[in-house]
Design a protein around this ligand. Structure first.
Ligand code: MN
Length: 205
């Protein structure tokens, strides 16, 4: 899952003749602020997928309970394979039997501002801060707004343990917020649709 793997894992798991997910050939990073997306994925278990653009890929974590705007909530985040940048727009139904089979909606997306600094207060390359297991950033989405941190608490060094991270809203400036909405009732930031609606309509829109 580290840097340099590119999209080999991502492509290796998918049959693009069957799934409507993007193959990720061609898109390169645009200039400007990096992007993030949070998808709700009704697969074998319902979960959220949290993705941050780092260079030409979306670094990805599966977040079973979803990101919370409440600084008191610590949310488990398990790394998954890098996804192509086009995945930010993906909403639809992955066919049953395919990898990740189930319905996906774009719950939130937007840009983020990297906030990681070293001890002297100098900005640190964001990919590097992830490699070190701690990154801070400010989300500017339609729903999620404010500072968050991703912190690895297991695995990552010798590689014999599966990595586990925490995604937490940073308690700055008296940050407060509601937790995570019910994923079954939540609506797409792209199309306003619920999971049920996308499932009923089938393919991407
Ligand atoms: Mn997923």
């Amino acid at each position: 899952m580290g840097e340099g793997d590119g999209l080999r894992d991502y492509r290796g798991r998918r049959d693009f003749g069957r799934t409507g997910e993007p193959a990720g050939r061609g898109a390169s990073a645009l200039r400007g602020e990096p992007r993030f997306v949070v998808q709700i994925h009704d697969a074998s278990t319902l979960h959220f997928d949290f993705r941050l653009q780092v260079a030409n890929v979306l670094r990805s974590w599966s977040v079973p309970k979803g990101p919370s705007a409440d600084p008191g909530d610590k949310r488990l985040a398990v790394p998954t394979e890098d996804h192509p940048l086009e995945y930010e727009e993906f909403e639809g139904v992955i066919p049953a039997g395919e990898y990740g089979g189930g319905t996906v909606i774009v719950w939130d997306h937007g840009t983020y501002e990297p906030l990681s600094h070293d001890r002297r207060g100098r900005p640190v390359d964001f990919g590097e801060s992830l490699a070190h297991g701690h990154a801070r950033f400010r989300l500017r989405g339609a729903k999620l707004r404010g500072e968050y941190a991703l912190t690895r608490f297991r695995g990552g060094r010798d590689g014999d343990q599966e990595e586990a991270w925490l995604l937490v809203r940073t308690a700055t400036g008296g940050a407060r917020g509601r937790g995570t909405p019910d994923p079954r009732r939540a609506r797409s930031a792209r199309t306003g649709r619920t999971l049920a609606r996308v499932a009923a309509e089938g393919g991407a829109k």
